[in-house]
Design a protein around this ligand. Structure first.
Ligand code: MN
Length: 351
């Protein structure tokens, strides 16, 4: 087995809280992704197997492709069942916070979670956790909350309670947060965890097909259209931009998730170091950026699009027309080139 990374004191305190609790809820971030949903459902499978009454609450709808995960139909969507979700949180005697670092990330349930009397255990891999929890288990060096939850479950002595369903949920989170083992996956222990999960029956091929290789015809057409007709490449400035207006999205019957990953596509062009995708929402322009190497898209998003994020993955918003948002991006190309690219070794890192 792998070496435990969670400190003994946290494990002891968490074990005490879990032993005492009968009614447990898990909560996660808005727009729950495979890691948030995978961790929530894995916790349900593991803790229900030791007789706990546990419910997983999500602030809003998860992407359709996550419905394949075992137990997904029992998720409590707080946007649809606000009173029920609030009642569960208020009456819980333990709240497990999964895959977020500040309470406001839980959206519509934030106030209820904040006010709840039950002790909280945080299990999360985001930087700078700021949550008033009884036990804070934070390991930003890990790729996924699901891999941290695996250490946690082993640490509290429940490795044997990880059944096929729990294993599949944990593996789904790891695959999601590493882009199916494409990034954040150089820790050898990750493969030991993966091996254990596959040994327990997780079907990686099925997960790959459901999570990464299932698209509607409209989604495929929208992405092809975006790349064929809407991708601007700025080779001298090592950048690319894709914009999609509301009309264009409507034409292809856009549903949430259809443009997932589109922003990454231009980064496959040799010489392109950063990429921006802008999508017109009803009230603003949603901006997302990705980069390779040390180009800081988080600074770009923070300085010009009221957002932030990680060095290589960030986002923001623009209040104005799509044309103006795009023009702002184009107007910054030279400045970015001077500031971050021209006199640095970024080019060598990436090309
Ligand atoms: Mn995550």
């Amino acid at each position: 087995m792998i070496n435990q990374i969670i400190d003994k004191k946290s494990i002891a305190r968490a074990t005490g809280l879990i032993n005492k609790a009968n009614r447990i809820v898990t909560v996660c971030h808005t727009g729950p992704d495979g890691d948030a949903i995978g961790a929530s459902l894995a916790a349900v499978h593991v803790f229900s197997s030791i007789g706990k009454d546990i419910k997983a609450i999500i602030p809003d709808k998860a992407l359709d492709n996550l419905k394949c995960l075992p137990g997904a139909k029992d998720l409590v969507n707080a946007s649809e069942h606000a009173d029920f979700a609030a009642k569960l949180i208020k009456e819980a005697d333990l709240i497990i916070c999964l895959d977020f670092n500040t309470i406001d990330r839980t959206g519509c349930i934030a106030d209820v979670v904040q006010a709840a009397k039950a002790p909280k255990i945080l299990v999360d891999h985001h930087l700078n956790p700021n949550i008033d929890a009884t036990v804070v288990i934070s390991h930003p060096e890990l790729c996924a909350t699901c891999s941290l939850l695996f250490y946690f479950v082993c640490g509290i002595g429940l490795f044997n309670e990880i059944d096929r369903n729990a294993a599949e949920c944990l593996l789904a989170g790891i695959m999601t947060d590493t882009g199916n083992f494409s990034y954040n996956c150089s820790d050898p222990d990750l493969y030991i965890i993966t091996a254990e999960l596959v040994r327990k029956g997780a079907d990686k091929e099925k997960l790959y097909n459901k999570l990464f290789n299932t698209f509607s015809a409209n989604c495929l057409r929208l992405n092809s259209y975006a790349i064929l007709n809407k991708m601007e490449v700025f080779p001298d400035d090592h950048a690319a931009l894709i914009t999609l207006s509301r009309d264009e999205l409507n034409k292809f019957k856009y549903v949430k998730g259809d443009t997932e990953g589109l922003v990454n596509r231009p980064l496959s062009i040799p010489g392109i170091i950063y990429s921006c995708f802008m999508r017109q929402e009803s009230d603003c322009i949603r901006v997302s950026m990705r980069s390779r190497g040390s180009f800081p898209v988080n600074e770009l998003c923070a300085d010009h699009y009221g957002g932030g994020g990680h060095l290589n993955a960030a986002g923001g918003e623009f209040y104005g027309s799509l044309d103006d948002a795009a023009e702002l991006f184009r107007s910054l190309l030279k400045e970015n080139n001077n500031q971050y690219i021209a006199n640095s070794n970024i080019k060598n890192e990436n090309i």
